[in-house]
Each structure stands twice: as C-alpha cells, then as structure tokens.
Design a protein around this ligand. Sequence first.
Ligand SMILES: [Zn+2]
Length: 152
Amino acid sequence: MQFPVEKLINTARAAREKAYAPYSGFSVGAALLTQAGRLYSGCNIENASYGLSICAERVALFKAVSNGEREFAALAVIWDDREYCAPCGACRQVLAEFAPDLAVYMCNDRGDYRVQTVAGLLPEAFQLKGEETVDREASRSGPVRVTEPVER
Ligand SMILES: [Zn+2]
C-alpha cells in the first residue's frame, strides 16, 4: 500500500494545532500510520506539574494501542521551530516497545524532514532480559472472556 508522506505530515501539523503547551510554548503534533493504513494523531499536553506532561508521539501511540493497534508503519512529528523535531528519549523507548523498525519523519516547521528508524534513534533499547516484553501473539488473540465465579 502506498501512503503519501505529505498526508502523514499534514495530519501531524493539524494535530499540532490542538497542542496544550502553555509552559514550554512549544506546540508539537504527531501522526502515526498503522500497517493497515489507519492514522492516529497526537499533540503534546502539558501540566502545571511539569513531570505529568506527555509528548505528542506517546499520545498518538497510546491512542492507537488503546484502539487495538499493534502494527505500525511510520510516524511523523512536527513542531513550530526551524530545527528538525527529534523524539525525546522516553518516546524512543516507548516506540521501541512496539515498533523498532518504525520510520520516524522528524519535521521542522516548514515540513522538511529527516527520516530515521526507532532502532536508529535508540540503539540497544531497554527490554526485559532475553525475551520480548510483549507477547505479540497473545495480544492479537482476540478479546478476553470474563468468567463468572463458580457457584458453590
Ligand atoms: Zn517525547
């Protein structure tokens, strides 16, 4: 399937307009494309207690994952600065959990970009020793059935 990078970047740019960034003044938008061609967007959401703020990339990823998505193709991230917008270390680690091969389009305010994979941005990402941190087969096996307690 073909997907134009301009559309990915435009989705991230539109998400940037929703940013809540009264403290840093940096509005960031992200757009995450799934392997099935669906798009999830996110913006940074800051908080008066700074440590509780969250980045646009993680908002987009968490929206997608909470909607059942597990397979990702590309991420665009854009802000309102001349420099290319590189994901922070926390976002790199979270993205590596699901998609180390993900193509990350790091954009500047004009929509010019550099591309790098998550693994390229975060070599030797943390993972639980010797095994995948996510049982991907189990996570795809359909909804969990809730069972009732056995009557006595
Ligand atoms: Zn981040």
